[in-house]
Structure formats: structure tokens, C-alpha cells
Design a protein. Structure first.
Lengths: 98, 143
């Protein structure tokens, strides 16, 4: 039954002020088989299914992503990777009256 | 011959573009046909005692999958939405919204009352058990 087959992941990338959100289809993959990692500003998502099908995709992520706080969740065969941005987007500068 | 009717392109000045070539029309028909919603694929696997249907339906939750049997017709309907979540802007869009819809006629050997369906990690599996009397029986040879 085992077949060697590498499938490139189809992904969506969304963004808001706080984070980037990468969404990819991983049908038939269980949580323990998903491997998401960030190395040198590259996010790679890979997963191997029981039947031998391997899903794989690597992206370059912008420098402002906080690699330490990246999280991934899997639901209904779809993985969502949240990449929080570093630091506050805007900084309020206090204005002092003279 | 209705199937081979071409759309009227005369407004675009393209009326002379397609020669009245029946093979060209057939080719066009085939391309249209290939675009029919046959994705995601439905896999069918037959065993001695059952037929198993399976499909990869990423993003479909159990509540968005509807499987029903009416007389000898099995209907499968699922919808998956791949829209941007609230408050996010789209930067890249490769996944699509899709509807998975199939209607199958069950053979007499299928026990419609014993059909089971499951959805796990975005993969749907439907088991169609065969009636015991329709399964092959090995006949012992007496010597």
C-alpha cells in the first residue's frame, strides 16, 4: 500500500497588524505527524501520512516575525500556522506640554 | 447536437475565428467537460464484504458533511470555505472554496441500512456493507 509521493501544499497567507497566518490543507494527517519549523527566516511545513504521501512547503518569512512565538494548530485536515510579528507596530510618543 | 453549440462571439468580432470544423468543436466540448466539478476525487475500493468510498475533504467539519440514502440513491454533499478570517488581509490565495457533491446508485448487493460514514482529519470514509447472501461463498468439493 505504501507509495512515495510528495505533494506540494496549497497555502493561503493572511496578515493583520499582529501576525501572519499561513493556512494549508493536510487531509488525513494526524497532529503528531505535522512538522512545522522556522530556521533562518524560512518556515517549512511538512507532514507524512500513513499511506506514505508526504506534504511539503517552505517559505521565506519576513524579518519581523517572532520565531519564538510561532504556533500551529491542526483541525479538519487543515493546519494553521500563526507567526506573530515582533514588537508593537506603532509606538505612542508622549507629548509633554511646555 | 445541442451540446456542440458554440457561444455567439460575433459581438467581439470573433465570429470568423472558429472554422466550422466538427473536430474543433469536439475538442472544445471536451475541454468544457474537463472543467466540470469532479474535484475533490472520490475513491472507490471494493472488498469481498464491502465497498469503501473515500475522499480528501480538507476543511470540512462533521457538521458540513451530509450523507443520506434514499431508496437506492446515496447522496454526499460537503462544503468547505477557504475565506480570509475576520480582520485579516489576504497575501496569497491558493486554496479554494469548494463543494463536494456526488450522487451514486447503490447496487442490490449493498445493505443500505448498514451504511456508515466518518470524517477524520479531513478525510471522509463511507462503508457500504454487502448483504451476506450476495457475498461469494466457497463451495466445498466433496470427493
Amino acid at each position: 500500500m505504501s507509495q512515495k509521493k510528495i505533494v506540494p501544499l496549497a497555502v493561503d497567507v493572511f496578515e493583520n497588524d499582529a501576525e501572519l497566518l499561513v493556512v494549508a490543507d493536510l487531509p488525513g494527517v494526524t497532529q503528531d505527524k505535522v512538522d512545522a519549523r522556522i530556521e533562518q527566516q524560512r518556515l517549512s511545513v511538512s507532514a507524512t501520512r500513513a499511506d506514505g504521501v508526504t506534504f511539503e512547503r517552505t517559505f521565506r518569512v519576513p524579518a519581523e516575525v517572532d520565531a519564538e512565538r510561532v504556533t500551529a494548530t491542526l483541525k479538519d485536515g487543515v493546519v494553521s500556522v500563526k507567526l506573530p510579528k515582533v514588537g508593537p507596530k506603532t509606538r505612542q510618543i508622549p507629548v509633554s506640554a511646555t | 447536437m445541442l451540446l456542440f453549440t458554440r457561444p455567439n462571439r460575433s459581438k467581439n468580432g470573433l465570429s470568423g475565428y472558429f472554422p466550422p470544423d466538427p473536430f474543433a468543436m469536439l475538442d472544445r466540448f471536451e475541454r468544457e467537460f474537463a472543467r466540470t466539478p469532479s474535484w475533490p476525487e472520490l475513491n472507490v475500493h471494493e472488498d469481498k464484504d464491502k465497498i469503501t468510498l473515500s475522499a480528501e475533504l480538507p476543511g470540512v467539519s462533521a457538521s458540513a458533511l451530509d450523507v443520506s440514502v434514499n431508496e437506492r440513491t446515496l447522496t454526499i454533499l460537503a462544503k468547505a470555505s477557504a475565506v480570509a478570517p475576520e480582520g485579516y488581509e489576504t497575501r496569497r490565495k491558493e486554496r479554494v472554496n469548494y463543494t463536494f457533491s456526488r450522487e451514486l446508485t447503490l447496487g442490490e448487493q449493498i445493505d443500505a441500512s448498514a451504511i456508515t460514514a466518518s470524517l477524520k482529519d479531513g478525510v471522509m470514509t463511507i462503508t457500504l456493507p454487502k448483504r451476506p447472501e450476495s457475498q461469494p461463498k466457497k463451495i466445498a468439493i466433496s470427493t
